[in-house]
Design a protein around this ligand. Sequence first.
Ligand code: HEC
Ligand code: HEC
Length: 298
Amino acid sequence: MAKRRTLLFGMTISLIVFGAALIFFSPSVNQSAKLPTSPAAIARGEYLVNAGGCVSCHLAVDAQGNRDESQLSGGHALATDFGTFYAPNITPDTETGIGGWSAQDFLLALQHGRSPEGSLYYPAFPYRSYAGLSDADVLDIGAYLLSLEPITQRVPEHETPWWLNRVALIGWNALADWTQGSVPSSDTESNDEEFIARGAYLARSLGHCGECHTPRTSLGVSQLSREFAGAQLGEEKIEAIDREALAEWTRDNFDLFLLLGIKADGEFVGGDMSDVIDHNTSRLTDADRLALAAFFTR
Ligand code: HEC
Ligand code: HEC
């Protein structure tokens, strides 16, 4: 056991060193992409920000703990096994927010978890899920965020253990790339493949359902081969929502759940999930809600 632990420790350190080397190589994003400015793009961006659940974390919370869900100036504390993280101000304030961000800044942040300075974000920001977002969706999100009224609000510094710094995150992301596995191929009998593919995009990328419902290793890496098999989040046990767990649910059950939070057995869902319903799934268009339901009950 002790030997295995030493080996694991050694491997983790090597990964960190390897990761430090990687910092010099920035991921490539489309250099000619531009942020759209049309009202239509901004409206699409607002829809995507709702569908992506950004409000659940980036809502305004002031020092007294007052919440304002109509603003995205940050301050909400996310308590995790690896420290407490404060969601930042994502209004276009140039001092304390993301004023002046380019198309490339948004692509790097959402698809690669990289800040404009090139360092990595903590995965309390679910960028490993948002990595699957299309360029067009990220750019519309950026257009919407930059259209908001700038709000000056500085959020508290993250509270993390000493060993968990932004350099260690490079090693962690490399470890996650290598050990997360892959999702089992979806053996659907259904013939509306395009519809289900849209549902999969909403579930896996934009809606990041797996961030809470997919089990993780002790190092916090999602186990994609057991996608949606349920997880432990601190004290809280989170139900499985894989096909086996949802065997009794119909498409209509699931659709109603996403709209109102009523489960197949007639009970209301609670905990963090009621927040997901309020901020995210209940605001989807009928077509997107049905696509998500079709994906989960395929
Ligand atoms: C589960 C909580 C959570 C959700 C959901 C979330 N974020 Fe974040 N986000 C964070 C945290 C925490 C950070 C800070 C990470 C860090 O400092 O390393 C962050 C950072 C960011 C940043 C970088 C800000 C900066 O000043 O560098 C942007 C931009 C951002 N998020 C946009 C979004 C958008 C757009 C969405 C929805 C599509 C979203 N976030 C959803 C928690 C979240
Ligand atoms: C922030 C974490 C979080 C995210 C993100 C999340 N869930 Fe949940 N979900 C929960 C928790 C916690 C529960 C259990 C709530 C309770 O105790 O009633 C739950 C319960 C559920 C249930 C009920 C399961 C049952 O049998 O009782 C379903 C279905 C579900 N979630 C679907 C989804 C879908 C679909 C998404 C993505 C759009 C999603 N969840 C995203 C935390 C989350």
